[in-house]
Design a protein around this ligand. Structure first.
Ligand SMILES: C[C@@](CO)(OP(=O)(O)O)[C@H](O)COP(=O)(O)OP(=O)(O)OC[C@H]1O[C@@H](n2ccc(N)nc2=O)[C@H](O)[C@@H]1O
Ligand SMILES: Nc1ncnc2c1ncn2[C@@H]1O[C@H](COP(=O)(O)OP(=O)(O)O)[C@@H](O)[C@H]1O
Length: 284
């Protein structure tokens, strides 16, 4: 087995739907920051053409797993004769709005590009990544980012505070597709500037629709606010919610009081992907 390759989660510190493309996908403005909660992936060489995954998310077939699809994409694009066994130590909740599947896919692209000596540039990997999911490119971009388009047009954010957060999963799974298809969703919010975000415009405009359709998420956001935490928000299309804590200790104290069956974590924002340094020589 290879060394351990982390696949971190992300938060959307702000998200606005500002339009819709002809193909139905929604144009967004968003701010991505990674957090120190992650899956861990391991890779082992197999005979050419065979790709296997173990330890992955229950209920996701091997062939549908984004890591397997990422490995297949690399084989198709490079024409090399390789095979791989991918083992995922899965910690990130599925459909949580924290990008676990996308991050697993990005880490697979980064790791196999290195292990198979493929020499693809970061830009080439990002183009492959976006065909697997709208959230994959930011994990290859490797740093906190302002995202536009469907999240694939990225620019580095000025250093954001690496704040402590309470991250709460209210035990429901949100189908991203359902929220974007909701007739009541407002699709034409006025675009904002990076300065406006830094001055405090931080809403997630999917939140009203998600709160109405998922009462458990509505309650979770109200619960976070009732703990006296600032900036209680939905990340992505949910189901996870997060709020700013003053320090690690107060985040942990609040996590300890979260009612069952909700799950919660005390996490910290990270402006750099944990693989940023590892692949700097080849990619960043
Ligand atoms: C909303 C965001 C914000 O970071 O995060 P999540 O909540 O998924 O983490 C992402 O844009 C989600 O990205 P991702 O989860 O990769 O979405 P995809 O699999 O590409 O899309 C699922 C479905 O949602 C709809 N969709 C998705 C993204 C987008 N900008 N417009 C859309 O209309 C499409 O119907 C698409 O078929
Ligand atoms: N390795 C993987 N980890 C998580 N989900 C995966 C994986 N491979 C495929 N999926 C599929 O991708 C969907 C979205 O997963 P995920 O990225 O965790 O959520 P979100 O996009 O809400 O942040 C899952 O519901 C699952 O069906």
């Amino acid at each position: 087995m290879s060394r351990a390759y982390p696949a971190p989660a992300k938060l959307n510190l702000m998200l606005r739907v500002v339009g819709q493309r002809a193909d139905g996908y929604h144009e967004l403005q968003t701010v991505f920051q990674f957090i120190d909660l992650h899956d861990t992936l391991y890779f082992e060489s197999l005979p050419p053409g065979s790709i296997h995954r173990t330890g992955g998310p229950a209920g996701v077939a091997e062939t549908a797993d984004l890591t397997v699809r990422a490995a297949q994409k690399l084989l198709t694009e490079s024409n090399v004769r390789e095979g791989v066994h991918i083992h995922i130590d899965k910690q990130l909740p599925l459909g949580g709005g924290i990008g676990g599947g996308s991050s697993d896919a990005a880490t697979t692209l980064l790791a196999l590009n290195q292990l198979w000596n493929l020499g693809f540039s970061r830009t080439e990997l990002m183009a492959m990544g976006v065909s697997l999911g709208a959230d994959v490119p930011v994990f290859l971009f490797g740093q906190s980012a302002w995202g536009e388009g469907i999240g694939e047009r990225l620019v580095a954010m000025p250093e954001l505070p690496e704040a402590h957060y309470v991250l709460l999963h209210p035990g429901v799974s949100v189908a991203t597709r359902e929220i974007f298809a909701a007739p009541e969703l407002t699709r034409q919010h006025a675009p904002i500037t990076i300065s406006a975000f830094l001055d405090g415009v931080t809403e997630n405009t999917l939140e009203t629709t998600v709160r109405r359709r998922y009462p458990g998420i509505d309650r979770a956001l109200d619960w976070l606010q009732a703990q006296g935490l600032h900036h209680a928000r939905l990340t992505g299309s949910g189901a996870c919610c997060f709020a700013l804590a003053s320090d690690a200790q107060s985040a942990q104290q609040i996590v300890a009081t979260v009612p069952k069956p909700w799950r919660a974590w005390a996490v910290r924002g990270c402006n750099r992907h944990p693989l940023h340094d590892l692949v700097r020589d080849t990619l960043f």
